[in-house]
Design a protein around this ligand. Structure first.
Ligand SMILES: *Cc1c(COP(=O)(O)O)cnc(C)c1O
Length: 489
């Protein structure tokens, strides 16, 4: 971070461009150098540190800037107020939540995407072809046919909403887009371990989250198929309209994977749409060791997943893939006069991405995915998945070997849940304190969840930078925090 003397950012009188392009060039080079240094030094930095009140205050202060500022000073604000106080998910010892670590190729792609600044709502231009290629690769990864449809979205939350809406079209026909439900009562099914965004999708689709039946799970935290069948029979008998089952491929709490082949068969016999929330689990398809765990994913009607989690593409990059492209388009496509299509000229090249989801204007998310896949290759991403899963097994063995620790769930993929044991204290409070202590130390970030009614320390291994030594640092920090807490109790 050398303090070079920059010419001030002088804007030309009739646009936002600089009078001297070299000022942008120099600033850009400096930012790029700083960001590369930051990534190269991640391991040595704290994972997370609480924002000092003064920094928070500085970010909150000030009215809408009306007069021009100095880019150099603005960048300095970023360096001192923003960059040091991020959530740390790129750091090798961020293990708190299911979040990806990003990658340097994706970072460069974001620069190119912003510089070229295309709008991927539709029309005939190369960036649309880049996104279509990414969707074909996603279909290939999932074992879907090449004519499956799809679109990049913010994340799996949005992708799940799109799936619910396509399933609604299948159940009620496209008229539902005009007429609404008209009293018809659609019900869907998923397990109690499903991510809350599935319930939110039902809510936002106007079906109501009560219409999502949360089915119990077995000892492996997989959906109980008998209970599922019973619930469908009961709802049918009550005159409701079962229309969808949502399988989980990698739950947030324990990394559990439903029996997807059995769910596919059940959905087929019952005439239900089979959607899978594979937010991070979809990437298990790229690892020969983990692929058998997600067997049946290829049989789904639709799959929601994130490139920004296990595929390590910088935020945000979610994806929905739908087997029946016509049904997918029938759910969203509409053509007001100002979006008229044509067979020639720039308004050609349909269907457009806007025909597959709620967004019209859309950024060039596809570029960072395309460049990440082309540069690293899918096999390398599969190795990241395999490595994270073997780290999870290693951590589980360490926990099992440590008398002061107790494991709280089986390890299927990459999530390990455990807690510190101690006689005569409130274990929920103790473990919650330990997690916060270790977060605040900056050494590592884990999180908490509840397993079987008790508070668990949850370690989710998603980051491509995490190594075995990082797990040791986390465990040492947890045990040290426990000792300190228990000594002062
Ligand atoms: C992260 C996650 C989601 C939500 O995805 P976003 O990309 O955060 O919207 C949904 N389901 C599962 C299983 C997840 O891990």
């Amino acid at each position: 971070m050398t303090a070079t003397t920059q010419p001030p950012f002088q804007t030309s009188a009739d646009s936002l461009d600089p009078t001297d392009w070299n000022s942008v060039r120099q600033m850009g080079h400096r930012m790029l150098d700083d960001m590369v240094d930051m990534l190269a030094g991640l391991r040595e930095a704290p994972v997370w540190q609480p924002m000092p009140p003064a920094a928070r205050q500085a970010l909150r202060g000030g009215a809408l800037p009306t007069e021009p500022g100095d880019l150099d000073a603005v960048y300095q604000d970023f360096q001192t107020l923003v960059q040091p106080y991020g959530s740390g998910n790129s750091h090798p010892r961020f293990m708190g939540w299911v979040q990806g670590g990003g990658n340097p190729v994706g970072m460069l792609a974001e620069l190119l995407a912003a510089a070229t600044n295309p709008n991927l709502g539709g029309r005939d231009h190369a960036p649309i072809e880049v996104e279509r290629q990414v969707i074909r690769w996603a279909a290939e990864m999932l074992g879907f046919p090449q004519d499956a449809s799809g679109v990049l979205v913010t994340g799996t939350s949005m992708a799940n909403l799109i799936a619910v809406l396509v399933a609604r079209t299948r159940a009620l026909g496209t008229d539902v887009r005009r007429t609404g439900l008209q009293g018809r009562r659609l019900v869907a099914y998923t397990s109690v371990e499903a991510h809350n965004c599935v319930a939110r999708a039902m809510d936002m689709a106007g079906l109501g989250s009560d219409a999502l039946r949360l089915i119990g799970v077995d000892a492996q935290h997989r959906i109980d198929l008998h209970a599922l069948q019973a619930a469908i029979a009961q709802d049918t008998a009550a005159g409701l309209h079962p229309f969808m089952v949502v399988g989980c491929a990698g739950t947030v709490d324990t990394g559990a994977v439903d029996d997807l082949s059995a769910l596919a068969a059940l959905a087929r016999t019952q005439g239900l749409w089979f959607h899978v929330d594979a937010a991070y689990g979809a990437l298990a398809m790229l690892s020969p060791a983990q692929r058998p765990l997600v067997q049946g994913l290829s049989e789904a009607d639709s799959v929601a997943f994130d490139f920004h989690k296990w595929a390590q593409v910088p935020y945000d990059a979610g994806c929905i893939v739908v087997r029946d492209a016509a049904l997918h388009a029938a759910t969203f496509a509409s053509q007001p006069a100002y979006l008229q299509r044509s067979v020639r000229g720039m308004a050609g090249n349909q269907p457009w991405p806007t025909d597959f989801g709620p967004d019209l204007s859309r950024g060039f998310r596809a570029l960072k995915v395309w460049m990440t896949l082309k540069t690293y290759g899918a096999a390398k991403l599969g190795q990241v998945v395999a490595h994270n899963c073997s780290l999870a097994q290693h951590l589980a063995r360490c926990v099992d070997a440590e008398p002061q620790l107790e494991r709280l769930a089986p390890v299927t993929l990459n999530v390990v849940c455990f807690r510190v044991k101690a006689p005569g204290v409130d274990l929920d409070a103790l473990n919650a304190d330990i997690v916060a202590d270790v977060q605040e130390s900056g050494v590592a970030v884990s999180s908490t969840t509840r397993i079987g009614g008790v508070l668990a320390i949850r370690v989710a291994l998603v980051n491509h930078r995490t190594r075995q030594e990082d797990l040791q640092m986390l465990l040492d920090a947890v045990l040290a925090a426990a000792q300190q807490r228990l000594a002062s109790a």
